[in-house]
Design a protein around this ligand. Structure first.
Ligand SMILES: *Cc1c(COP(=O)(O)O)cnc(C)c1O
Length: 871
């Protein structure tokens, strides 16, 4: 019989063990080894069968065992120590408090919005890289003491579990999450009733959602849940699954995340006394509607409401937008009509955002293609600060979004970069902490992961090698178990699967490749020359073994067929003990792969990988990266931390490019990777390999931690955004009104701003480097004052009649009538004396930019005026 509904009843714990509930309800246990060991010791079998899920385990553990533990002084002492450590962790000063004591400006609060969060396998509300990054962001924000609150959705059916059928075709199964069985508490009103946020929907309907809180160390994560009886069936299912529906489903999810999310934050701060966020961070464009909701709040203020333009100005100042994809198809784009439908239209006014004009809102998401509402463009327009997720991706994004800043050079487009990182305590095997301790390092449970990694430079080759061997052996056990289980699911009998006991060998060079089966990641590149790969796998002296994993999006048959090709190749009886495809790649499996693989392979089509983080997780466990120079690897590969696969960047024919890059990959494996790993004189660990492992752990490791990333965000984005917002908000948004007034004046005046003429004088007949050039520009400013603009001389090299700027110099307005002699009525003269910066063929031009101290940069408004005909 199938149950109609399921629910979870929590165990009642003896009073003396009640701290277990506190420990289980704060997800900090998921990266705190002592707490995990405490849970495991309660009942190792139940711990394993629960999938290392404390709440499930506490529900399944027998009453008699609980009584036994309650009477066990030793256990109670360990429990008390873990509970005291958690208390201390939640209250002591961290990095931010120390920085603030040393003069860093205060940040009252930060709200971080993401469509997915990958914190632990027990909370299945993530699909892959983006979510895990968001989870690592929260964990690191907790460790650094940031006043951050996360905002996301609680999916009833989390991301799917993947299995294979007999043909190797992906089959999806959706787990059902029951909030009672998850580490969540409900946000409640003082009356005890659950907080409900409402969002208006077309046709006078209302979408309601309750708010669950997952506690991630110090960081509360608010999760909206629309599965309520008060909602009609269609609205109940808004939060049914992640990335599961059509565009109509998706836009409702994004409206709930953005609009409902802001309302949940407001209720949360009001009820808990937490400070109102001064910074809102959109992790990818999915949360973009949060900006419009905040505009609505300001326009709808009962006293002294702001105009739309003033509200946009205010909201932008405190908003940060991070773009995560250089693949245009990866960006959410909705038809205008769909957006208009959800905005609701009452004589031109939105019913979803009362007080705002429909056309104004639609305009915030417009792109070049008419009729399309682009969530990334919305993010860029509503955030005064934005970034890509590696240096290369920052550069690619500046090109990709250059259309929003016409007239600017791509490298002037105000999109920066903050390179992603990964959370040390989540992803580094505890074995490395033990190795560091053995080498005399401070590895107290809360000591910094970066320091721990640095201290690994003192570990001997033998100890490094022994640790790597141990981690590889653990992976081999997992592989055998998973391959056998997958075989059973595919319909083979136990007897037919006896070979799985011989899958993999703990002493063979182990290469990992795990990622979503997105086309640009080229899952099957390694199969390009099957015979060459077979030779590597089956070499009698120096073989390799390959573990592959990854899910295809349920609607992506192309991706599924790549997986099938992989599975069929690995099904070959000759190869199946050396090459495996493990279904159901998720956090719990990933950990073993990162710990155990000697080499982490990544071969995306450059520059489509925005950052990539799996290689980082391998590296902080001593895995060496073998990767195309893309994403993070492009800036971090230094020759001692792995190998760069040469790219055939200029080759337009994709097939040929794949052939060339696959050949380069095989060659590296044959000539460098394999010989390096098997270079054992007299049974010693491979010397150069150990050097590379040590370098990877202790030099590369600290640079790719998420604590470094969150510190970068704090210094480069959060502090400046918070400062801008506080300035804008002061005196009842006086600066917002001033800046909006300025912006309006500039936009109106801009069509009549003109550079009428530029004179140059002063150059000798034969200019040499450092000769001085005097430029005078005659500028018509219309209604603007000289102080409203910056006039700049741009100098650069000239090739094929284009200027590659190498330097700029601000020009000074000549206001003294004597000096300004020669000016015509309506013109202002600007002058600069410039030293020639380099030799060679040089050129210059002059441009006018809006300038105001309240703008984040002179490119902020996307306005620039060049001499006639040069725009
Ligand atoms: C890290 C991670 C990812 C993302 O890896 P990429 O290198 O960015 O593709 C995806 N899934 C899981 C389970 C991960 O741990």
């Amino acid at each position: 019989m199938k149950p109609l509904r399921q629910f979870t009843v929590r165990a009642t714990l003896p009073d003396s063990l009640s701290a277990l509930t506190t420990l289980a309800n704060n997800l900090r246990w998921s990266w705190d080894t002592p707490t995990q060991r405490l849970f495991e010791s309660m009942d190792p079998a139940a711990w394993a069968s629960s999938g290392n899920d404390p709440i499930r385990m506490l529900g399944e553990i027998s009453g008699s065992r609980l009584a036994e533990l309650a009477a066990d002084d030793n256990f109670r002492a360990r429990l008390d120590a873990c509970a005291a450590d958690l208390d201390d962790y939640l209250s002591r000063d961290q990095w931010l408090q120390h920085e603030q004591a040393a003069g860093m400006p205060e940040i009252p609060g930060i709200a971080y919005f993401s469509m997915e969060f990958g914190i632990s396998e027990v909370l299945p509300i993530y699909s892959g890289g983006l979510g895990i990054l968001a989870g690592d962001h929260l964990k690191s924000a907790s460790e650094l003491g940031l006043p951050l609150v996360g905002v996301g959705l609680l999916y009833r059916n989390g991301y799917f579990h993947q299995s294979l059928n007999a043909d190797g075709w992906q089959v999806e199964r959706y787990p059902t999450a029951d909030p009672q069985g998850l580490p969540l508490t409900q946000l409640t009103e003082p009356s005890g009733a659950p907080v409900t946020v409402t969002v208006s929907m077309p046709d006078h309907r209302t979408l309601r959602a309750t708010v669950w809180i997952a506690q991630v160390g110090r960081i509360p994560l608010l999760l909206l849940d629309s599965n309520l009886p008060e909602n009609d069936t269609e609205l109940r299912t808004v939060t049914d699954r992640l990335y599961g529906g059509d565009q109509d489903h998706r836009i409702k999810q994004e409206i709930l995340l953005g609009v409902g999310g802001v309302r949940a934050v407001r209720r949360f701060t009001a009820l808990t006394g937490a400070a109102e966020p001064t910074v809102f961070h959109m992790n990818e464009g999915h949360g973009g509607f949060l900006g419009i909701e905040r505009i609505r709040e300001l326009v709808a203020r009962p006293t002294n409401p702001l105009t739309f333009a003033e509200a946009v100005t205010a909201v932008r100042s405190g908003t940060v937008f991070t773009t995560h994809t250089p693949v245009p198809a990866g960006i959410d784009r909705f038809p205008d009509d769909l957006v208009r439908y959800y905005l609701g239209d009452d004589a031109g006014r939105s019913t979803l955002f009362p007080g705002l004009g429909v056309a104004d809102v639609v305009d915030l998401g417009r792109e070049q293609t008419p009729g399309v509402f682009n969530m990334a463009h919305l993010g860029l327009r509503l955030a005064q600060r934005s970034n890509g997720v590696s240096q290369l991706h920052g550069a690619v994004s500046r090109e990709m979004f250059a259309d929003l800043w016409p007239g600017f050079e791509p490298d002037e487009v105000p999109i920066g970069s903050v390179t992603n990182g990964v959370h040390g305590r989540t992803w580094i095997s505890p074995a490395w902490r033990e190795a560091a301790a053995a080498a005399g390092a401070d590895v107290a449970p809360d000591s910094d992961s970066a320091q721990m990694l640095v201290s690994l430079k003192n570990v001997s080759d033998d100890h490094l090698w022994a640790t790597r061997n141990m981690l590889r052996a653990e992976l081999v056990s997992l592989v055998r178990d998973r391959v056998r289980r997958s075989g059973l699911e595919r319909g083979f009998s136990e007897a037919e699967l006896s070979w799985t006991e011989e899958v993999f060998d703990p002493d063979i060079l182990t290469i990992g490749f795990a990622r979503r089966a997105a086309t640009y990641k080229r899952l099957t590149l390694m199969l390009r020359d099957p015979d060459r790969l077979k030779k590597l796998l089956l070499d009698p002296e120096r073989p390799i073994q390959l573990v592959v994993a990854g899910k295809a999006h349920p609607a992506d048959n192309g991706g599924k067929s790549l997986i099938q090709q992989m599975v069929r190749f690995a099904d070959d009886p000759q190869l199946r003990t050396r090459m495996v495809f493990l279904p159901d790649y998720d956090i719990s499996m990933a950990r073993y792969l990162y710990h155990g693989c000697d080499v982490w392979l990544n071969n995306p089509l450059r520059p489509m990988e925005a950052c990539g983080t799996s290689g980082m997780k391998s590296a902080i466990n001593g895995g060496l990266n073998l990767s195309i120079l893309d994403g993070w690897w492009d800036e971090m590969a230094d020759g001692d931390d792995g190998w760069a696969i040469p790219t055939a960047d200029g080759v337009a024919d994709e097939n040929r490019r794949d052939d060339l890059e696959a050949a380069a990959l095989y060659r590296l494996l044959e000539e460098s990777v394999v010989p390096g790993f098997y270079d054992r004189t007299a049974g010693d660990p491979p010397g150069r390999w150990m050097e590379m492992v040590r370098h990877t752990l202790s030099v590369l490791g600290p640079k790719i931690l998420a604590t470094r990333m969150v510190r970068d965000y704090t210094e480069a984005m959060y502090v400046p955004a918070s400062q801008s917002y506080q300035t804008i908000r002061a005196d009842d948004y006086a600066a917002a009104r001033t800046l909006a007034d300025y912006t309006g004046r500039v936009r109106r005046a801009w069509p009549s701003v003109r550079i009428a003429e530029v004179d140059s004088t002063g150059l000798p007949d034969v200019p040499v480097m450092s000769s001085k050039l005097t430029l005078t520009a005659h500028v018509r400013l219309g209604d603007l004052a000289p102080s409203d603009v910056r006039v700049q001389a741009v100098l650069g090299r000239v090739e094929d009649d284009t200027l590659s700027p190498v330097s700029t110099a601000d020009m000074v307005a000549l206001t003294d009538p004597g000096e300004a002699d020669g000016a015509i009525e309506g013109e202002t003269l600007f002058r600069a004396v410039i030293e020639l910066p380099t030799a060679g063929r040089l050129g210059y031009t002059v441009r006018v930019l809006p300038h105001n101290d309240l703008l984040a940069s002179d490119a902020d408004l996307g306005l620039v005026r060049l001499p006639e005909g040069m725009q």
